[in-house]
Design a protein around this ligand. Structure first.
Ligand SMILES: [Zn+2]
Length: 258
């Protein structure tokens, strides 16, 4: 999600170096694989022992195999949105991260931070963006296991995908956190709900939810970034990505999306 191949920056006042480029080799973490290629249908057993038909992953819930979730279930957009737990914390209008260019979103682009620094959660990224630590780089939301923080209005272009390309001009950027201890399954769940809610808001099919990989960056090798790396198969969209989009689509339809 950036202009340079890699960019280390120091978080002023916190002294934490964080790596936001999606270019390094990611560490393999097999602990969380809810969107693995094995089975798109997993469920969560609640405290009463009933299967929750879906991906409502709570912090300490255990992911087990279950029957396919109930696509007939309905949920209101406001209830999904409240589950996402969005905190709006925009970059100030005059900051470099604000393009001030209007946008009519046609896509939702999913990234992962590749920031494995301790404590590099959504709030910390919001702080880094607001302090100007990322220069012109900006995106719309950062998600972690507990919340989503919104950094830009969705009616304004960010700078997270492909310079002057369509990824920046027409897509909402969502970064998923990867700091130590953060639940990947809960983060994916939150991200899927947020993407679904945005699909509904802008009347987009789930197929418009795309990985950063979709947007080639001219002059870069490779032009198509392995991002978000844990939802790609060998650096390309495959079964893991397809499964993630399926989950997005379940939530989209539950809210009444066509
Ligand atoms: Zn990216």
């Amino acid at each position: 999600m950036m202009r340079r191949t890699s960019l280390w920056f120091t978080l002023a006042g916190l002294g934490v170096a964080v790596f936001v480029a999606c270019s390094a080799d990611p560490p393999v973490n097999r602990k969380y694989a809810p969107y693995g290629s094995e089975n798109p249908y997993t469920g969560i057993q609640d405290r009463s022992g009933n299967w929750n038909q879906g991906y409502n992953v709570s912090q300490n819930s255990e992911i087990r195999q279950a029957t396919p979730y109930n696509t007939q279930q309905t949920q209101s957009p406001s209830s999904i949105y409240s589950q996402v737990n969005v905190r709006k914390d925009y970059l100030s209008y005059g900051s470099r991260g604000r393009s001030r260019k209007s946008m009519n979103p046609q896509y939702i682009t999913i990234h992962s931070t590749q920031n494995w620094s301790k404590g590099a959660d959504a709030n910390r990224h919001a702080l880094a963006l607001k302090r100007g630590a990322l220069g012109r780089i900006s995106w719309h939301y950062t998600t972690d296991e507990y919340r989503a923080v919104q950094h830009l209005p969705t009616s304004e272009q960010g700078n997270h995908a492909d310079y002057d390309g369509p990824g920046n001009r027409y897509s909402i950027g969502i970064e998923m956190c990867e700091h130590p201890g953060n639940s990947r399954s809960a983060t994916l769940e939150r991200t899927a709900k947020l993407a679904a809610w945005l699909c509904l808001k802008y009347d987009l099919p789930a197929s418009r939810v795309v990985p950063h990989y979709k947007w080639p960056r001219h002059g870069k090798k490779p032009p198509n970034k392995n991002c978000p790396h844990f939802l790609l198969n060998n650096g390309r969209p495959g079964t893991k990505w397809a499964n993630f989009v399926k989950v997005v689509d379940v939530y989209r339809r539950r809210m009444g999306g066509r």
